[in-house]
Design a protein around this ligand. Structure first.
Ligand SMILES: NC(=O)c1ccc[n+]([C@@H]2O[C@H](COP(=O)([O-])OP(=O)(O)OC[C@H]3O[C@@H](n4cnc5c(N)ncnc54)[C@H](OP(=O)(O)O)[C@@H]3O)[C@@H](O)[C@H]2O)c1
Length: 327
């Protein structure tokens, strides 16, 4: 277990915004890639990194929509990439490497949630393939640029959805168990958290540090499009008029607040020398103790990460499996 997995404390909190946590940070001369940077949390992340001076590249599977979404982020570059299409990941990375630029910040914000059972061309379950394997391959291909930055950070946008499921190494693609959309989301988000643990272990000697992030619950992004109105209502995230409830103390955040932890992980000097930790509310999360685990899994609103999502042995195993699955 990583011993760094406890609040610093940073002085920030659940209500902090991305603009607040990046205040005073100058990213002139730095290069950032933000997957999913044309919607929701990723778009706000791209906007704030750009406003601090970074060159920002947004990989997108819908170039036109991405350009339209980014029109208020002057200078943001848009390039084609579909995380479910390995050839497009290779092509994106090759083009980036050919530009000769180092990569200082990679925020893996793209994701899908609770989709009906879908398989990609390889037969892989789509949430695991998009949220984890696509990003795994992207990091692997961009590795020379990350190392060349001589101090790079990778942010894996995970989720409190880790509570819905651990990684099932015996049936990653739901071939032998009934498909359950949130269990598949939970598996993919636990994979994001484990990826940060092992990536950091492997990368730190070459200056590449990795963090996993729970952004909070931000209902007005595109993420819940596969979730029924009934389930959304039952989650208590909308008021009686159908408007988002704002209560950061219960993780119910604005997009600006939702982007804060990822931006903090990507840029804060408070994290110098750290990595491989799971963060939320712009601070490192505490580890959920065994005594609190049942309550936390049932929906406790206190911050925390379950031990299985930062388990170094599972993280190493996931890395090996992911290498095989992405060739
Ligand atoms: N919102 C929340 O409450 C919440 C809570 C916990 C964690 N998160 C995590 O935060 C991240 C961002 O979510 P969000 O709420 O900002 O959702 P969002 O608005 O739906 O943004 C997700 C982005 O990912 C892109 N994407 C999806 N599949 C892709 C693929 N195959 N290739 C390339 N890009 C792809 C989407 O592009 P398209 O529009 O083309 O599909 C979109 O730009 C996700 O990883 C999510 O799991 C969100």
């Amino acid at each position: 277990m990583t011993t760094a997995q406890h609040p610093l404390p940073s002085g920030f909190g659940a209500a902090s915004t991305a603009e607040e946590v990046i205040k005073g940070v100058d990213l002139t001369g730095k290069v950032a890639i933000v997957t999913g940077g044309y919607s929701g949390i990723g778009l706000e992340t791209a906007r704030v990194l750009r406003s601090a001076g970074a060159e920002v590249v947004v990989p997108a599977r819908d170039l036109e929509r991405a350009r339209a979404a980014l029109q208020d982020v002057p200078g943001a570059e848009v390039e084609y990439l579909d995380l479910l299409d390995p050839a497009s990941i290779d092509a994106f990375a090759e083009k980036f490497l050919a530009s000769g630029r180092p990569l200082h910040i990679l925020v893996d914000s793209a994701g899908i949630m609770a989709t009906p059972l879908t398989r990609d061309a390889r037969g892989y379950e789509a949430q695991f393939a998009t949220n984890h394997l696509g990003h795994f391959q992207l990091v692997a291909r961009l590795w020379p640029a990350l190392v060349a930055a001589d101090g790079a950070r990778v942010v894996a946008v995970s989720s409190r959805g880790i509570r819905f499921g651990n990684v099932d190494f015996d049936d990653l693609h739901f071939e032998h168990r009934p498909y359950e959309a949130f269990a598949a989301y939970g598996q993919s988000k636990t994979a994001n958290a484990l990826f940060a643990v092992e990536l950091d272990r492997r990368g730190r000697d070459q200056g590449v540090r990795a963090f996993a992030v729970h952004p909070g619950t931000i209902i007005e992004t595109g993420l819940a499009k596969h979730v029924s109105a009934e389930v959304v209502r039952a989650a208590g995230v909308l008021d009686e008029h159908g408007r988002p409830v704002r209560d950061p103390s219960r993780q119910l955040k604005t997009v600006e607040q939702g982007a804060a932890t990822g931006v903090w992980c990507a840029t804060s000097p408070q994290l110098t020398g750290l990595g491989g930790v799971y963060c939320e509310n712009s601070d490192v999360s505490p580890l959920v103790t065994e005594a609190d685990e049942a309550e936390w899994r049932a929906g406790a609103e206190t911050p925390g990460v379950l031990s299985y999502a930062v388990d170094p042995e599972a993280a190493a195993r996931l890395w090996e499996v992911s290498e095989r699955l992405t060739a």
